[in-house]
Design a protein around this ligand. Structure first.
Ligand code: GDP
Ligand code: IMO
Ligand code: MG
Length: 431
């Protein structure tokens, strides 16, 4: 086996960063394939916390190559800040971070329009991260987007910029009543990044495929989660890319025959940041208590995350659309002090029992979860490293989740640190 894809099975922030960092020690290359700096992947090593937005969460392992694939949308300012802050901490990215020449570039007007457009949606506001993700993917699909290879070529950049600004300025001035953006200003702000990034630019699809053909091990790092996916998420309250495992093929440039195994990361409960339905959301007082316990505040925007019970309807659906092979369950420790724990096993909508995740927003919003209540373990899991040492009720909770989803659990996380992990299955990437 050569490749392992790690995806979020809920609404993002499942703890993918921690899991990727752990698994990175077993692989040769870690590759992001979609999204952008809307992601915030936390890795804690010793007393240091790193939050990665664009750089793959394997970068802390000095002998690993890290790739930002063609499917990622890149904010040069944000990426450069990340590279610089790592450099200041003694971690060098050059010669081991490679960025696809085909990746699209997020410019200041994308971020501006992202914010203005979301505000203009009024009660239908998505609550985007304001990082220009959706507006950049719009340009990509409209075939007017600017790729990194365009930024590298001054004439092409200027030409494309002018075409873009004709349309953007009309929208900004006439529709939104804002001042227009000048090509000279954008050029001045972004052209310096062309030189800064030149050493990192590569045809990353070729690099990944070469690594695979040499039987090296490649980890694909999903950002966001299945229910933020443009197709399978709670549309329109989604992001503008494909976080599901299938996104790897398009966003990294590898064929489906190269996707060997898929690991789904799920929190032992559920969280969501931004607008849109969350069927198992806790009632406000309990939610606040759990938010504080789980430190559930966005890693990118610092917004409070909404919290709820584990939703087996959602994660089971995620297991289908991602073709999951294994599960990693994170933040089990956050449930340590509860007498009773609920799991949503189905939804009820207009008197009907639903066992698969609906597509119609109204149905998701109005569906009432049908819960199964299990006993909590009401004791600390801190310091446990072997599955057999977990409290009996915690084992039963995990077994129940695994049965409901129909997938075995390979990793259990009981704290943010590397050491706070129970590895149920060694060598997920093969021996
Ligand atoms: P990602 O976007 O999926 O990488 O997840 P985030 O980094 O946005 O959010 C996960 C948060 O939970 C981070 O603050 C992690 O440090 C933290 N975390 C990860 N695993 C665990 C765990 O098992 N227990 C606890 N208490 N915190 C965890
Ligand atoms: P990671 O990779 C959680 C949410 C936003 C908003 C919606 C659309 O850390 O799990 P966008 O800026 O993408 O257009 O916003 O998606 N969102 C995330 N929520 N984790 C993320 O990434 C997210 N990336 C985007 O809050 O609701
Ligand atoms: Mg996150």
């Amino acid at each position: 086996m050569s490749t392992l894809t790690v995806v979020g099975t809920q609404w993002g922030d499942e703890g993918k960063g921690k899991v990727i960092d752990l698994l990175a020690s077993q692989c040769d290359m870690v590759c992001r394939y979609q999204g952008g700096a809307n992601a915030g992947h936390t890795v804690i090593v010793g007393d240091k916390q790193f939050i990665f937005h664009l750089i793959p969460s394997g970068i802390l392992h000095p002998d690993k190559k890290c790739i930002i694939g063609n499917g990622v949308v890149i904010d040069p300012i944000s990426l450069f800040e990340e590279i610089e802050s790592l450099r200041k901490g003694g971690i060098e990215c050059e010669k081991r971070l490679f960025i696809s020449d085909r990746a699209h570039v997020i410019l200041s007007y994308h971020k501006l329009l992202d914010k203005i457009k979301d505000e203009a949606r009024g009660s239908m506001k998505i609550g985007t991260t304001g990082r220009g993700i959706g507006t950049t993917y719009i340009d990509k699909i409209s075939r007017i987007g600017i790729r990194l290879s365009d930024l590298m070529d001054r004439d092409t950049f200027r030409k494309k910029l002018e075409i873009n600004l004709k349309e953007k300025n009309h929208l900004l001035e006439s529709f939104y009543g804002k001042t227009k953006v000048r090509a000279e200003d954008i050029e001045k702000e972004y052209l310096p990044y062309a030189e800064k990034f030149r050493p990192y630019i590569a045809d990353t699809s070729l690099m990944i495929n070469e690594a695979i053909s040499k039987k090296q091990k490649v980890l694909f790092e999903g950002a966001q989660g299945t229910f933020l996916d443009i197709d399978f998420g709670t549309y329109p309250y989604v992001t503008s890319s494909s976080p599901v495992a299938g996104g790897v093929c398009i966003g990294a440039g590898v064929g489906p025959t190269k996707i060997d195994k898929v690991l789904g990361v799920a929190k032992a409960y559920t969280t969501r940041v931004g607008e849109g339905p969350l069927p198992t959301q806790f009632e406000p007082q309990f939610e606040e208590k759990m938010r504080i316990k789980g430190k559930e505040y966005g890693a990118t925007t610092l917004r409070p995350r909404r919290c709820g019970w584990f939703d087996a309807v959602a994660v089971r659906y995620a297991s289908i659309v991602n073709g999951l092979d294994r599960l990693a369950i994170t933040k089990l420790d956050v449930l340590d002090e509860l007498d009773k724990i609920k799991i949503a096993v189905a939804y009820e909508y207009k008197g009907k029992r639903l066992t698969t995740f609906p597509s119609l927003l109204k149905e998701i919003e109005e569906a009432r979860p049908i819960y199964e209540e299990v006993d909590g373990w009401n004791t600390s899991t801190r310091g446990i490293v072997r599955f057999q040492d977990l409290p009996q009720k915690a084992k039963e909770y995990l077994d129940r989740i695994s049965k409901l989803i129909g997938i075995d659990i390979s990793i259990i996380s009981i704290g943010p640190k590397r050491s706070e992990t129970i590895i149920v299955e060694e060598n997920l990437l093969g021996a």
